[in-house]
Unconditional design. Structure first.
Length: 178
């Protein structure tokens, strides 16, 4: 099992978003996750450090637009497709993350890794982050301009898991794979 090899972290929860979204969201509020780190570091253009603080401390509830919910839904639906395409194109073996993880020494540091990249024996050596984006961002991805908040996210996951390799797989505009 993948978790036996991850000695830098432990399991916070095995509840997935599909099983119980409400509990999964509560788990995310128990610490700083990969999608939070870009805001904290000031590189997320959609959220400030102050706004994140207010949300995490329960002082503000972020309204989520119908359009945002739709984008998040399609991102989740496409994640396994993007991950499988990454494996096909790179000949790497991937496995789903079985849990929300937390750093062994800093329990407030949490990770919801999309996929682990594993060797032939199933030992993880990297993390894979799957992304979807609007076609208007194609030029950025084509030129290798991955959003900084994504880079911070993957670095956060590497620190928490103790792994040293990370990769992105992205589907842009529904028909361009990077």
């Amino acid at each position: 099992m993948i978790l036996n090899y991850l000695t830098n972290c432990k399991v916070l929860s095995t509840v997935t978003q599909e099983q119980d979204e409400e509990q999964w969201l509560k788990n995310r509020m128990q610490g700083i996750g990969g999608s939070d780190i870009g805001a904290i570091c000031g590189v997320n253009k959609y959220m400030s450090p102050r706004l994140l603080y207010l949300i995490k401390t329960g002082q503000y509830e972020m309204p989520i637009s119908k359009e945002s919910k739709e984008r998040m839904y399609w991102g989740r639906i496409h994640e396994p497709i993007i991950a499988n395409e990454f494996a096909k194109r790179t000949n790497k073996i991937i496995q789903e993350s079985p849990a929300t993880l937390q750093h062994k020494d800093y329990p407030w540091a949490i990770a919801n890794v999309d996929r682990f990249i594993v060797d032939e024996q199933g030992r993880p050596y990297g993390v894979l982050e799957c992304k979807t984006a609007d076609w208007r961002l194609n030029k950025d991805w084509e030129e290798g301009e991955i959003p900084r908040s994504y880079i911070y996210q993957i670095m956060w996951y590497l620190w928490i898991t103790g792994l040293e390799y990370g990769a992105f797989a992205a589907l842009i505009g529904g028909n361009k794979f990077y």
